[in-house]
Design a binder for this molecule. Structure first.
Ligand SMILES: NC(=O)c1ccc[n+]([C@@H]2O[C@H](COP(=O)([O-])OP(=O)(O)OC[C@H]3O[C@@H](n4cnc5c(N)ncnc54)[C@H](O)[C@@H]3O)[C@@H](O)[C@H]2O)c1
Length: 199
């Protein structure tokens, strides 16, 4: 894979899969816009990419915050002049059973547990996908948007929130592939199995 002349943004690039994908894309010659809430992690990822002699800049942003996301993708165009790809990777888990009865006590998945996962995994993916697409169209950059789904998208015990969110990001990729093809932007989702990371 030769990605020289390509600029790729990765959310959740401060650790785990996002960090590894950044390094792999840097090895292929891509320039990288690294996005996360975790500044220390971003600095580590940036130095690993720079050891491969590629341009890598960091953007500290919460993917659930519309203004943060708008500002980041506008800055990416100012800094690189183009955008050819987005890996929509930032995500969280807040596992729990819908309802659990143990030793006479009944507990339930809280609304906060549900909403936190929806905010980061679904709203964050929507906002980053929208702003990346907007800047790609405006700058006449062609490329791809990849949403990171999960095998859990099919439904998994203890993951009502996470499974629903990962089904949503897979479906959004299909919508975007149908909508954005006319601009030379492809979209797809990848659904990994279990990978050992902090998550
Ligand atoms: N690890 C696995 O087994 C596995 C399997 C399938 C899918 N996935 C998916 O892959 C992606 C990466 O997973 P990981 O295992 O590397 O997780 P991780 O927890 O190691 O890394 C997630 C990164 O996302 C960042 N992040 C979280 N909330 C954010 C926010 N609001 N704004 C910006 N950044 C934010 C975190 O700071 C962190 O750097 C996730 O979407 C996850 O659901 C992981």
């Amino acid at each position: 894979m030769d990605l020289k002349q390509s600029v790729i943004a990765i959310t959740g690039a401060g650790q785990g899969l996002g960090q590894m994908m950044a390094v792999t894309l840097a090895q292929a010659g891509a320039e990288l816009a690294l996005i996360d809430v975790n500044e220390d992690g971003l600095k580590q990822t940036k130095s690993q990419c720079q050891m491969l002699s590629t341009k890598a800049l960091i953007y500290i942003a919460d993917v659930t915050c519309e203004k943060d996301v708008e500002d980041v993708f506008s800055s990416v165009i100012d800094d690189f002049g183009q955008l050819n790809g987005l890996v929509n990777n930032a995500g969280v888990l807040r596992d729990g059973l819908l309802v659990k009865q143990k030793e006479g006590e009944i507990s339930k998945m809280s609304l906060e547990q549900f909403k936190t996962v929806m905010d980061v995994n679904v709203t964050g993916t929507f906002l980053c996908g929208r702003e990346a697409a907007l800047q790609m169209v405006a700058s006449e950059s062609q490329g791809a948007i990849i949403n990171i789904s999960s095998v859990s998208r099919a439904g998994n015990i203890g993951q009502t929130n996470y499974s629903a969110s990962k089904a949503a990001v897979a479906t959004m990729a299909v919508c975007w592939a149908k909508e954005l093809g006319r601009y030379g932007i492809r979209a797809a989702a990848v659904a990994p199995g279990i990978v050992q990371t902090a998550m």
